[in-house]
Design a protein around this ligand. Structure first.
Ligand code: COA
Length: 172
Protein backbone atom coordinates (compact mmCIF):
# COMPACT_ATOMS: atom_id res chain seq x y z
CA UNK A 1 0.00 0.00 0.00
CA UNK A 2 1.33 3.46 -0.87
CA UNK A 3 2.08 5.74 2.09
CA UNK A 4 -0.09 8.41 0.47
CA UNK A 5 -3.26 6.30 0.65
CA UNK A 6 -3.58 7.23 4.32
CA UNK A 7 -3.93 10.95 3.62
CA UNK A 8 -7.39 12.45 3.19
CA UNK A 9 -6.80 13.66 -0.37
CA UNK A 10 -4.51 10.80 -1.37
CA UNK A 11 -1.85 13.35 -2.35
CA UNK A 12 1.86 12.67 -2.75
CA UNK A 13 3.75 14.04 0.25
CA UNK A 14 7.22 15.30 -0.54
CA UNK A 15 9.75 16.24 2.13
CA UNK A 16 12.93 18.27 1.70
CA UNK A 17 16.04 17.58 3.79
CA UNK A 18 18.55 20.38 3.36
CA UNK A 19 22.16 20.80 4.41
CA UNK A 20 25.67 21.49 3.21
CA UNK A 21 26.59 17.77 3.34
CA UNK A 22 30.36 18.40 3.28
CA UNK A 23 30.32 15.41 3.25
CA UNK A 24 27.13 13.41 3.79
CA UNK A 25 27.60 11.28 6.94
CA UNK A 26 25.90 8.19 8.34
CA UNK A 27 24.11 10.62 10.70
CA UNK A 28 22.50 12.37 7.75
CA UNK A 29 21.76 8.99 6.14
CA UNK A 30 20.03 7.79 9.29
CA UNK A 31 17.59 10.71 9.15
CA UNK A 32 17.16 10.53 5.36
CA UNK A 33 16.47 6.77 5.28
CA UNK A 34 13.91 7.11 8.07
CA UNK A 35 12.27 10.06 6.28
CA UNK A 36 12.11 7.95 3.11
CA UNK A 37 9.97 5.43 5.02
CA UNK A 38 7.56 8.18 6.10
CA UNK A 39 7.12 10.30 2.99
CA UNK A 40 6.36 9.42 -0.61
CA UNK A 41 9.39 11.32 -1.82
CA UNK A 42 12.41 12.90 -0.10
CA UNK A 43 14.49 15.53 -1.86
CA UNK A 44 17.98 16.11 -0.53
CA UNK A 45 18.69 19.80 -1.07
CA UNK A 46 22.45 20.33 -1.17
CA UNK A 47 23.19 23.96 -0.32
CA UNK A 48 25.64 25.99 -2.38
CA UNK A 49 26.81 27.11 1.11
CA UNK A 50 28.14 30.64 0.62
CA UNK A 51 28.48 30.71 4.45
CA UNK A 52 31.09 27.92 4.61
CA UNK A 53 34.37 27.12 2.87
CA UNK A 54 33.72 23.54 1.80
CA UNK A 55 36.17 20.67 1.26
CA UNK A 56 34.01 19.22 -1.54
CA UNK A 57 32.60 21.29 -4.42
CA UNK A 58 28.85 21.51 -4.88
CA UNK A 59 28.98 18.99 -7.76
CA UNK A 60 31.02 16.59 -5.62
CA UNK A 61 28.65 16.90 -2.65
CA UNK A 62 25.65 16.21 -4.90
CA UNK A 63 27.37 13.24 -6.58
CA UNK A 64 28.42 11.74 -3.23
CA UNK A 65 24.91 12.01 -1.80
CA UNK A 66 23.53 10.39 -4.98
CA UNK A 67 26.04 7.53 -4.73
CA UNK A 68 25.44 6.97 -1.00
CA UNK A 69 21.64 6.94 -1.41
CA UNK A 70 21.46 5.11 -4.75
CA UNK A 71 19.54 2.25 -3.09
CA UNK A 72 16.66 4.57 -2.02
CA UNK A 73 14.28 4.83 -5.00
CA UNK A 74 12.18 7.65 -3.50
CA UNK A 75 15.17 9.86 -2.62
CA UNK A 76 16.32 12.51 -5.11
CA UNK A 77 19.36 14.77 -4.70
CA UNK A 78 19.37 18.34 -6.06
CA UNK A 79 21.57 21.41 -5.56
CA UNK A 80 19.96 24.56 -4.16
CA UNK A 81 20.70 28.22 -3.57
CA UNK A 82 18.54 30.90 -1.98
CA UNK A 83 15.76 30.48 0.56
CA UNK A 84 14.88 26.92 1.53
CA UNK A 85 11.14 27.71 1.60
CA UNK A 86 11.31 28.90 -2.04
CA UNK A 87 13.03 25.64 -2.99
CA UNK A 88 10.32 23.68 -1.14
CA UNK A 89 7.60 25.57 -3.02
CA UNK A 90 9.36 25.13 -6.39
CA UNK A 91 9.51 21.38 -5.79
CA UNK A 92 5.82 21.23 -4.79
CA UNK A 93 6.96 19.83 -1.44
CA UNK A 94 5.03 20.24 1.82
CA UNK A 95 7.50 19.36 4.55
CA UNK A 96 11.02 20.25 5.69
CA UNK A 97 12.75 17.42 7.58
CA UNK A 98 15.51 18.18 10.09
CA UNK A 99 17.61 15.85 12.22
CA UNK A 100 17.96 16.71 15.91
CA UNK A 101 21.08 15.47 17.70
CA UNK A 102 21.19 17.59 20.84
CA UNK A 103 19.77 20.49 22.82
CA UNK A 104 22.12 22.77 20.87
CA UNK A 105 20.54 21.60 17.59
CA UNK A 106 17.10 22.11 19.15
CA UNK A 107 17.67 25.80 20.00
CA UNK A 108 18.92 26.62 16.50
CA UNK A 109 16.32 24.47 14.75
CA UNK A 110 13.41 26.00 16.69
CA UNK A 111 14.39 29.45 15.46
CA UNK A 112 14.83 28.22 11.87
CA UNK A 113 11.52 26.36 11.77
CA UNK A 114 9.73 29.37 13.26
CA UNK A 115 11.24 31.68 10.67
CA UNK A 116 10.51 29.29 7.81
CA UNK A 117 6.91 29.01 9.00
CA UNK A 118 6.69 32.81 9.07
CA UNK A 119 7.95 32.92 5.47
CA UNK A 120 5.82 29.98 4.27
CA UNK A 121 2.95 29.09 6.65
CA UNK A 122 1.89 26.20 4.40
CA UNK A 123 5.24 24.41 4.91
CA UNK A 124 5.76 22.45 8.13
CA UNK A 125 9.02 21.26 9.68
CA UNK A 126 9.25 17.69 10.98
CA UNK A 127 12.08 16.81 13.40
CA UNK A 128 13.65 13.38 13.63
CA UNK A 129 15.74 12.51 16.68
CA UNK A 130 19.00 11.18 15.30
CA UNK A 131 19.55 7.52 16.29
CA UNK A 132 21.85 7.13 19.32
CA UNK A 133 24.59 5.26 17.45
CA UNK A 134 25.19 8.21 15.07
CA UNK A 135 24.47 11.11 17.42
CA UNK A 136 28.15 12.10 17.82
CA UNK A 137 28.76 12.54 14.08
CA UNK A 138 29.25 15.90 12.38
CA UNK A 139 30.72 16.70 8.98
CA UNK A 140 33.34 18.98 10.56
CA UNK A 141 34.66 16.18 12.81
CA UNK A 142 34.64 13.70 9.90
CA UNK A 143 36.73 16.09 7.77
CA UNK A 144 39.14 16.77 10.62
CA UNK A 145 39.67 13.08 11.45
CA UNK A 146 40.20 12.23 7.76
CA UNK A 147 42.71 15.08 7.31
CA UNK A 148 44.65 13.87 10.38
CA UNK A 149 44.79 10.30 9.07
CA UNK A 150 42.15 8.82 11.40
CA UNK A 151 39.65 6.09 10.53
CA UNK A 152 36.27 7.46 9.43
CA UNK A 153 34.94 4.17 8.05
CA UNK A 154 32.22 3.90 10.70
CA UNK A 155 31.08 7.47 10.17
CA UNK A 156 30.43 7.68 6.41
CA UNK A 157 29.32 5.29 3.66
CA UNK A 158 31.74 3.67 1.19
CA UNK A 159 31.51 6.25 -1.66
CA UNK A 160 32.15 9.11 0.81
CA UNK A 161 35.02 7.22 2.42
CA UNK A 162 36.71 6.72 -0.98
CA UNK A 163 36.25 10.38 -1.89
CA UNK A 164 37.62 11.55 1.47
CA UNK A 165 40.67 9.32 1.11
CA UNK A 166 41.21 10.72 -2.40
CA UNK A 167 40.95 14.34 -1.19
CA UNK A 168 43.30 13.77 1.72
CA UNK A 169 45.84 12.00 -0.53
CA UNK A 170 45.86 14.87 -3.07
CA UNK A 171 46.43 17.46 -0.30
CA UNK A 172 49.77 15.85 0.66
N1 COA B 1 23.70 13.85 11.53
C1 COA B 1 24.96 14.29 11.41
N2 COA B 1 25.28 15.59 11.29
C2 COA B 1 24.25 16.46 11.24
C3 COA B 1 22.93 16.07 11.35
C4 COA B 1 22.66 14.70 11.48
N3 COA B 1 21.41 14.22 11.59
N4 COA B 1 22.15 17.17 11.29
C5 COA B 1 22.98 18.20 11.16
N5 COA B 1 24.26 17.78 11.13
C6 COA B 1 25.47 18.59 11.06
C7 COA B 1 25.79 19.07 9.69
O1 COA B 1 26.61 18.14 8.99
C8 COA B 1 26.55 20.33 9.99
O2 COA B 1 27.82 19.94 10.45
P1 COA B 1 29.09 20.83 10.15
O3 COA B 1 28.79 22.21 10.64
O4 COA B 1 30.11 20.09 10.90
O5 COA B 1 29.25 20.76 8.66
C9 COA B 1 25.85 20.90 11.21
O6 COA B 1 25.25 19.79 11.83
C10 COA B 1 24.81 21.91 10.89
O7 COA B 1 23.91 21.29 10.00
P2 COA B 1 22.77 22.10 9.27
O8 COA B 1 21.88 22.73 10.24
O9 COA B 1 22.17 21.21 8.24
O10 COA B 1 23.57 23.27 8.62
P3 COA B 1 24.20 23.37 7.25
O11 COA B 1 25.14 24.48 7.28
O12 COA B 1 24.71 22.07 6.75
O13 COA B 1 22.95 23.78 6.32
C11 COA B 1 21.16 25.16 5.58
C12 COA B 1 22.08 24.83 6.71
C13 COA B 1 21.94 25.57 4.34
C14 COA B 1 20.32 23.96 5.23
C15 COA B 1 20.22 26.26 6.07
O14 COA B 1 21.00 27.33 6.55
C16 COA B 1 19.34 26.75 4.98
O15 COA B 1 18.33 26.14 4.68
N6 COA B 1 19.72 27.88 4.36
C17 COA B 1 19.01 28.43 3.22
C18 COA B 1 18.78 29.91 3.38
C19 COA B 1 17.52 30.14 4.17
O16 COA B 1 16.46 29.72 3.81
N7 COA B 1 17.70 30.86 5.27
C20 COA B 1 16.61 31.17 6.16
C21 COA B 1 16.39 30.03 7.11
S1 COA B 1 15.22 30.50 8.34
Amino acid sequence: MSKSTNTAVNAVVTAVYSGTFDPLTLGHEDAIRRAAQMFDQVIIAVAVAHHKKTLFSLDERVALAQAALADCPNVKVLPFDGLIVEFVRAQNAQVIVRGLRSVTDYDYETQMSGMNRHLAPEVDTVFLHTSAHVQHISSTLVREIAKLGGDVSGLVSAPVLNALQGKVATKH
